[in-house]
Design a protein around this ligand. Structure first.
Ligand SMILES: [Zn+2]
Length: 325
């Protein structure tokens, strides 16, 4: 069924001068720039019964039941009102160094090829003939390192251009379950993992981006290993986030988003329901999938900047994700 294309040869998961002993807290002596934050967390109110909560073949092709027609892009600027503004805590942005948490994406990026076409890059102009260089890109929103906007799974959710800018700058908390994922490719982040992390580092910061390091990012360099499709069983085998852990993060903690270095918030081979995307996105939080370089940042102390796109009515899109240490 799925045929993996060769992944890109270059992976830009972070600078090569990353120290091997990255401290687990904020490096001392790093100057910090204080920036104001002004808007509120997205609403935690449960979805009304009439609300359409989606399922996505792009994010978890094994849960397909629904139409593949992308309706979300039509909603344009007629979405819900912006969240009410209220004073919010200030965040301090470290200015010590920057890590790139973004994969290089191109025509070779592995896609769930029943539903997503590979990225196309066409040269539009070159300096010799046209006096400038320019490319034209054609790509699915959910390719490469990318953000899932609430609209991706909720007709009433924010489209990508409406996500408040200050929700895209967030304390970065990294939970590492790579040892387990190496043994069990479809392992899921659990509430116990989160509680263990908190026993070491303290409570997950308010308005954090909680990211899961499954040790999965380097697999992009091995053809077939990132989506890890099992031809024999017809299943994708990659790790994800349990529904219980997702509910804990949006109900018991106040994350603005949840990230993973694996292809999806949901693990590859779980049956249709329960469904992690349906917990995180309709709660007004965003997802970040296919992160790179989480091994170059501390468990706590960095601040993430999710450079989400702003195309009208978007359900997500490739994002440059940076971590300030
Ligand atoms: Zn996605």
């Amino acid at each position: 069924m799925a045929v993996m294309t060769a992944p890109p040869a270059v992976q830009d998961g972070g600078p090569s001068d990353v120290p091997s002993d990255v401290p687990s807290g904020m490096p001392s002596g790093v100057s910090r720039l204080s920036i104001p934050r002004t808007s509120s967390l997205p609403s935690l109110a449960p979805a009304p019964a009439s609300r359409r909560i989606g399922r996505c073949p792009v994010c978890n092709p094994q849960t397909i039941a629904a139409s593949l027609t992308p309706e979300q892009g039509k909603s344009g600027s007629q979405g819900p009102a912006e969240p009410a503004e209220r004073p919010a805590p200030r965040v301090t942005l470290p200015t010590g160094s920057v890590r790139d948490l973004t994969h290089v994406v191109g025509p070779d990026w592995p896609v769930f090829d029943l539903y997503v076409k590979p990225m196309e890059i066409r040269r539009l102009a070159n300096l010799a003939e046209h006096e400038y260089n320019a490319l034209e890109l054609t790509y699915n929103e959910h390719i490469g390192t990318h953000i899932d906007a609430p609209l991706h799974f909720d007709d009433d959710g924010l489209s990508v251009e409406r996500i408040p800018a200050d929700s895209l700058v967030a304390p970065l908390a990294v939970v590492r379950i790579g040892d387990r994922a190496a043994r069990d490719h479809v392992t899921e982040l659990t509430v116990d993992d989160l509680l263990r992390w908190e026993s070491r580092h303290g409570r997950i910061p308010d308005r954090a981006l909680l990211a899961v390091d499954n040790g999965w990012a380097a697999r992009i360099n091995t053809p077939g290993a990132f989506l890890n499709f099992d031809e024999k069983d017809g299943l994708y085998r990659f790790p994800g986030i349990s529904v219980e852990a997702a509910a804990f993060l949006v109900e018991e903690r106040s994350v603005v988003g949840v990230g993973t270095d694996s292809p999806s918030l949901d693990p590859g081979s779980r049956p249709a329901d329960p469904y992690t995307h349906r917990v995180i996105l309709p709660a007004g939080r965003y997802g970040v999938e296919c992160l790179a370089g989480l091994d170059t940042v501390p468990d706590v102390g960095a601040v993430a900047v999710v450079g989400a796109p702003r195309h009208a009515g978007g359900t997500g899109g490739p994002a440059r994700v940076l971590a300030f240490l």
